[in-house]
Design a binder for this molecule. Structure first.
Ligand code: ADP
Length: 263
């Protein structure tokens, strides 16, 4: 039995994710700290995951860093692009997925998966906050709610208040003016989710939709965005409960494959 332990560290823009894998497939422990690159988040995520597993850094055959702040993580054996790690991680979560939509704290990516989770073609929006977790965070703040409340609010909506501005700053003003007019908060949230979905769907269509489609990244936890995106694309989207850990999982898989390939 393969007992090799590999650790994946995803230093995100908003959240640090760490995951320990045994034998390239069994998750031993994971940790998610809502503080990203340039903070104590990566170190805390590492300590928390190791602590939960009752293991030390020395027990790890390798540490692979990925994510926006991957270059700043000290002591990594491998530093790998988040695109490759998300592809590997999405494949590990759902071996059938062909298209992966990843929406994180400050970017959105669409990936086509090849055999074994290799990265095929991809498209990315990392230039504009609209259509990313940042957009949702800005809107949640205006509504005095947490991003984790948005899915439930969307589910309660009786109608939709469309948001026409594509720019985050203008959309924020639009939401504030709707609030001043007494718009229903839940209906507004539905409009906000549709706006993210419309933007993401255009990126997905440019790459081409090949089913099954899976979603990863923190925003995948927002069922309102997932539903809106399914509607825009006319296809169902698979979401694992571990979607936000996909990058860290892919990094741990990468470290395990490196070892396998050199033996
Ligand atoms: P990054 O790697 O850039 O830090 P993540 O993939 O970790 O990004 O996703 C972070 C984003 O996920 C946040 O901007 C937030 O909008 C969203 N998010 C995190 N947790 C939840 C949740 N429980 N419900 C809805 N959205 C969430």
């Amino acid at each position: 039995m393969d007992e090799t332990l590999t650790l994946g560290m995803d230093v995100g823009s908003t959240t640090s994710k760490c995951l320990i894998l045994r034998g390239g497939k069994d998750i031993v422990a994971s940790a998610l700290i809502p503080a990203g690159t340039g903070t104590s988040g990566p170190r805390r995520a590492l300590e928390e995951a190791l602590g939960r597993a009752g293991l030390t850094r020395e027990d790890m055959a390798s540490i692979t860093a990925t994510g926006y702040g991957r270059a700043t993580f000290p002591g990594a054996d491998y530093v790998v692009s988040e695109l490759s790690c998300h592809a590997l991680g999405a494949h590990a979560l759902d071996g059938e997925a062909k298209t992966v939509i990843d929406i994180g704290g400050q970017d959105a990516k669409v990936l086509r998966l090849g055999p074994e989770g290799t990265l095929g073609s991809f498209l990315m929006n990392d230039k504009c906050a609209a259509g990313t977790g940042r957009f949702l965070e800005v809107m949640a703040r205006v509504l005095e709610r947490d991003v984790s409340d948005l899915a439930e609010m969307d589910a309660q909506a009786a109608d939709i208040v469309p948001i026409s501005s594509t720019c985050t700053v203008f959309a924020e003003s639009e939401v504030i003016s709707q609030l001043a007019k007494g718009a229903d908060l839940n209906d507004l949230v539905k409009g906000i989710h549709r706006s993210v979905a419309v933007r993401t769907a255009s990126l997905v269509r440019r790459l081409g939709v090949e089913a099954p489609v899976a979603m990863t990244g923190g925003v995948a936890q927002n069922a309102g965005v997932v539903r809106a995106l399914e509607k825009e694309l006319g296809t169902s989207i698979r979401v694992s409960p571990l979607a936000q850990l996909a990058g860290a999982l892919g990094a741990a898989v990468y470290g395990w494959r490196k070892r396998r390939d050199t033996e």
